[in-house]
Design a protein around this ligand. Structure first.
Ligand code: NAD
Length: 510
């Protein structure tokens, strides 16, 4: 049967992300019933969570300030009880009142060294939350939790589908899921985000578990949030220690895996090493541009820098910097971690010059690593790229127009579903260590990860180049499609073959 594609006036993110699925399904003549099973998620959970926010100090506008010129400064002894937020507001914790000497006029207060603020009373707030469980034929649902203001059902469907393909490509016994909360985390305190996390897991308690669905960190979530999720899930359990595998990406001191924090970036670098090796080259001396300087971007940049590559440009949500001699990555990391740098941004880094977003993509380099959000490499961006390869560390960073331009311009592509599979692969190792009550060394984790990524990269390379072979590391003969195909379609063909085997051998439940 010829695979069908949904054509409409404007494609959704999900429809766009499924294009490679339909291409690969056509190519390998995917079993029609398997195709139906994989076209839509198993479950789409959409729900709401509420929290009570704390009182805030909101900066006055320039016009308002004039009216309070003569307002004396208040003295706040417990200064740390005024929690600064990245959006410029301060959260007013009650202990700030201890031994304080406050002067208020019309609800306005002057805080020494910070300026004039209006006190805004805390209020209940409601957030939309999602968990999309896409497919579990290969094992428990698995996928990250994103806290971001621009999330939607459509986006999470695309990301959950991506996880299904990725776990199959990584050949780990998991399915795919994704979820999160529509929230701008920069506008909330640590405690408020803890409450969001507690409510999120409270509502999901019956829908997740170490053998059911295993969340992990994604954009704006981290090991601290994973710890809160684990606590909430295991709270009151008869054997809480047996359920530590309910989330991955935890701190190593509470059951996280060594190497997990850098695993996604490390996986990207293993892919790039293979890409260079097939060309008879090495990564030392290669010039790299990195978009996104969070978990994945920093790890990729740090590892490549240590290997002798030159990071010549970095972009994040707030700015772009470039240095053709190579950015001192440890110095950039210290800049981002500085106590005054609440947005943790690269902006203002003294060791590089500022460049515009457009110029960033046109920098002279061999490697581009998009490691921020989806849709960054549009057709226009792809037209301007000077690089030889795009390594998709982010999920879905290239639009279909961008994809076409990369193909036309013969720029190599390492597709996201293998390029950023290092994170979920080490999540699997973390889950295994939790179930076995073991703790592996970083070297052990990285050895396994390297073999896994390089073996699956090799299979995708062979499908793409139509060179089926058996090597000491892998056997790609079973997956050949009899013609050369682009790497994204090749990766998808591998995923679909592995998923299809479960349906065909185990049968469909009735
Ligand atoms: P993060 O929140 O740690 O970092 C995101 C980075 O992207 C930040 O530096 C932010 O400033 C930047 N950014 C946001 N919007 C931007 C914009 N419009 N332009 C430029 N930069 C922008 O997130 P992360 O965990 O590093 O994830 C990054 C990407 O990698 C996401 O697509 C995520 O789905 C994917 N991913 C992450 C993991 C993981 O283990 N964390 C695993 C697989 C895939």
């Amino acid at each position: 049967m010829k695979a069908t594609r949904k054509d409409g006036p404007r494609k959704s993110i999900f429809d766009e992300s499924m294009e490679a699925f339909y291409r690969a399904a056509d190519l390998i003549h995917l079993n029609p019933r398997v195709q139906l099973e994989l076209e839509e998620p198993d479950f789409e959970h959409i729900f709401y969570i509420t929290i009570e926010t704390r009182d805030r100090l909101v900066p006055l506008t320039k016009e308002e300030e004039g009216h309070f010129k003569d307002l004396p400064a208040s003295s706040v002894k417990a200064g740390e009880a005024l929690e600064p937020l990245a959006n410029g507001q301060l959260v007013l914790h009650r202990r700030a009142l201890l031994k304080a000497d406050f002067t208020l006029r019309e609800g306005v207060i002057r805080i020494p060294k910070r300026g004039l603020f209006r006190i805004e009373k805390g209020a209940p707030k409601k957030f939309k939350a999602y968990r999309i469980q896409y497919n579990q034929v290969r094992g428990p649902y698995k996928g990250g939790v994103r806290y971001h203001k621009d999330v939607s059902l459509d986006l999470f469907k695309a990301l959950a589908a991506d996880m299904t393909w990725k776990t199959a490509i990584a050949d780990i016994p998991f399915g795919g899921a994704k979820g999160g909360v529509r929230i701008d985390p920069s506008a909330y305190s640590k405690e408020e985000l803890e409450h969001v996390t507690l409510r999120f897991i409270y509502k999901l308690k019956n829908l997740i578990g170490p053998y059911v669905d295993i969340p992990a960190p994604d954009v704006n979530t981290n090991p601290e949030i994973m710890a809160i999720m684990m606590r909430q899930f295991t709270d009151g359990a008869r054997m809480p220690h047996a359920e530590r595998g309910v989330v991955t990406g935890k701190d190593v001191r509470i059951g996280g895996s060594e190497g997990r924090a850098k695993a996604t970036g490390q996986g990207t670098v293993y892919c790039l090493e293979e890409w260079a090796r097939w060309r008879g080259e090495s990564l030392a001396g290669k010039r790299v541009i990195v978009q996104g300087f969070g978990n994945v971007g920093t790890a990729s940049a740090e590892i490549l820098h240590a290997m002798g590559a030159r990071i010549v440009g970095v972009m994040d949500a707030y700015g772009c910097v470039a240095n053709e001699k190579g950015i001192d990555v440890p110095a950039l990391l210290s800049h981002c971690g500085g106590p005054e740098n609440l947005r943790r941004t690269i902006d203002g880094f003294p060791g590089a010059s500022k460049v515009s977003r457009d110029d960033f993509w046109k920098l002279d380099a061999e490697i581009a690593i998009p490691a921020a959000l989806g849709g960054a490499i549009t057709g226009d961006v792809a037209e301007g790229l000077k690089v030889q390869v795009v390594a998709e560390a982010a999920n879905g960073p290239t639009t279909s127009d961008g994809d076409q331009v990369l193909r036309d311009r013969k720029i190599d592509l390492i597709p996201d579903i293998i390029c950023n599979a290092g994170g979920v692969t080490v999540s699997y190792y973390e889950w295994l260590q939790n179930l076995r009550m073991e703790h592996w060394t970083e070297a052990e984790v990285n050895n396994r990860l390297e073999r896994a990524i390089k073996a699956n990269y090799g299979i995708i390379h062979d499908i793409s180049q139509d060179t089926p072979q058996k090597t000491p590391l892998y056997d790609s003969r079973r997956f050949a499609v009899g013609q050369k195909v682009d790497p994204r379609t090749a990766a998808m063909a591998l995923a679909l073959r592995r998923i299809e085997a479960h349906y065909l051998l185990e049968g469909f439940s009735q």
